[in-house]
Write a protein that binds this ligand. Sequence first.
Ligand code: FPP
Length: 225
Amino acid sequence: MNPIKHVAIIMDGNGRWGIKNKKSRNFGHREGLFTVEKIIKQTVKKKIKYLTLYAFSTENWKRPKKEINFLFYLLEEFFNKKIHDLHNKGVKIKIIGNKKAFSKRIFDILLNSENLTKKNKILQLNLALNYGSKFELINAMNLIVKKKIPITESNLIKNLYTNGTPDPDLLIRTGNTNRLSNFLLWQTAYSEIFFVKKLWPDFTVNDYNKILLKFKKTKRNFGNI
Ligand code: FPP
């Protein structure tokens, strides 16, 4: 059975879920947050050490202002209401992505959450916010040039946002869309990818458990035979 250290998830389908249920796209995002909470809890229960969630991409800025504002409102509410519970459960928060684009209020909330939880060891929750894999790679290369160090695999890895996090063993994408959408392009080189038809708010702990079990039984060769 394969051990699981790191699960990465593209949580797709909130907007469609809201419309499908005769409400708004934003209603779907709120519902999606309940799934986020359930999946974090289950990841802790399964003793998986790293969980990376794609919450806002560098491309998501193209959405209507009303939706962007609501997503950040949800983010703020999530941290204000849940940070102490997460801290008590031993969850370490790490933001991956370019934090510079956020308002001072959001920036401070994120930084305070990272500082509060930095010594926690049960689960590292990487929250991808204003994250884009192409930007991350270019940023890493610029850092390497600035540091005047050789371009090697190990130097590149050390200069990615995910430095210190092992590569995802598996990547899950909900929402019936089979693409990576600029998420962890380097880090998923050998990840097993699971595309799920269900929209993110409909994704259950049972669905998650089934994927984890399927992964555990997969034969992984890493280029060998
Ligand atoms: C993709 O669904 C989802 C997002 C862009 C945002 C994900 C946000 C959440 C799950 C809630 C907030 C999370 C935190 C951690 C505060 P989509 O809107 O692109 O779905 P669609 O494909 O149906 O349009």
